[in-house]
Design a protein around this ligand. Sequence first.
Ligand code: GBH
Length: 486
Amino acid sequence: MPATKHLPKTFLWGFATAAFQIEGSTDVDGRGKSIWDDFCRSPGTTLDGKNGDVATDSYKRWKDDIALLRQYGAKAYRFSISWPRIIPLGGRNDPVNPKGIEFYSDFIDELIANGIVPFATLYHWDLPQNLHDRYGGWLNKDEITKDFVRYSRVCFESFGDRVKHWITINEPWCVSVLGYGRGVFAPGRSMCPAKSSDGDSSTEPWIVASHTILSHALAVQLYRNEFKPTQGGVIGITLNGDMAIPYDDSPENSSAAQHALDFAIGWYADPIYLGYYPEYMKQVLGDRLPEFTSEEWTVVKGSSDFYGMNTYTTNLCKAGGHDEFQGFVDYTFTRPDGTQLGTQAHCAWLQTHPTGFRQLLNYLYKKYKTPIYVTENGFAVMNETKMPIDQAVNDTDRIEYFRGNCEALLAAITEDGVDIRSYFAWSLLDNFEWADGYTTRFGVTYVDYETQKRYPKESGKFVSKWFMERLSSGKEILSPTPSVAP
Ligand code: GBH
């Protein structure tokens, strides 16, 4: 039997979550409101009409969550910090909430006591509502950049002695396109007639994007100047983006695949890693694509120590689409011969395709030349929520998804030489899946929302075993890993 290939000793694997999707307890211990609170409480915003008031009750059950991570043998955990728990009103002159600091501080201590490396995301979509009401939130460059930097400072000061892996913003594409373009996520601004009539989706997403990029970059500048010298961690951004491959071998469709990558990934990654916007975006958007000043460019370019990669699927791309946010490219999973690219998930946008995952790892590494941290990757089994628990925990399709992608990850590292330093499965728990409410389950652990009882799924056990077998020694799994600053 051929020897199992191994991962680098310092490789970090584990599971990811986000504050609003798991915490609940939205008005406990001085937490302020976030833009998701009222958004998902209003009719028609979530598929099942449910909201994040309870979620998986993790604000109360955090010790159980950590015990679960330990049970899986996870080396690292990616979680997000809720801005309105830390600064209830959000702004740079607003008071810090000691209870919020205490919660995450205890949480981080408990992770470390269990040998689990904390990866903290500063912003996973829960903007303090007050900042949106006060000055338009992400639309207001001067205000939001300063407030985000101050919030970041509070987190570096409070947790940076123990957190050595920081992610500034999770998936700014979703913030812009889903929040200000399609209006399906908070704050729900869109010109789409079915949604709110506020907002201008022809300009706002592009403006918001430039403000998220700048806020990220200024927080990184702060960290590098004032905290990194003593704290010694790494900091970067996490982008969503799926592999795009041409539908067929026609020249239009092969350009379409590149155009899709430009709009989904290059929009953020080209400025941050290369210092310019993709040509194709400039062509399509003209002066709707906000320029950075030369001073801003010096802050933006090179503002990430790594590429934080959230990826789920692969799309076949056809030229001539109507959706500007996709670069006028149509996506499909059906090949010209009628076959499907992979196994269909519960969400329409997701099919398995490990080859695409490996291609994307190679594409990103070659283009952006920076270490990659896979910060999210996961699958929602079709109709899982309608199944009895004993059937749901037997999640074969999710196991196949992880098996394929983990093998692809290993091949990218050992055969293609891609510098990949982490893999986080999304998600530790079934949780509040944004506009899908609780109808879509991404967890490796089943959550019974009636009792809040957790049931490890076979996929969780699979991921755990797969990584354990590929790290040099099982014993090291629970010991802290040295910081891997590039
Ligand atoms: C991640 O986003 C999020 O970070 C996480 O919070 C979430 O729970 C997880 O995915 C699972 O969804 O509306 O048809 O145009 C994933 C990136 C980008 C995937 C937008 C879905 C929308 C497709 N998402 N995409 S569509």
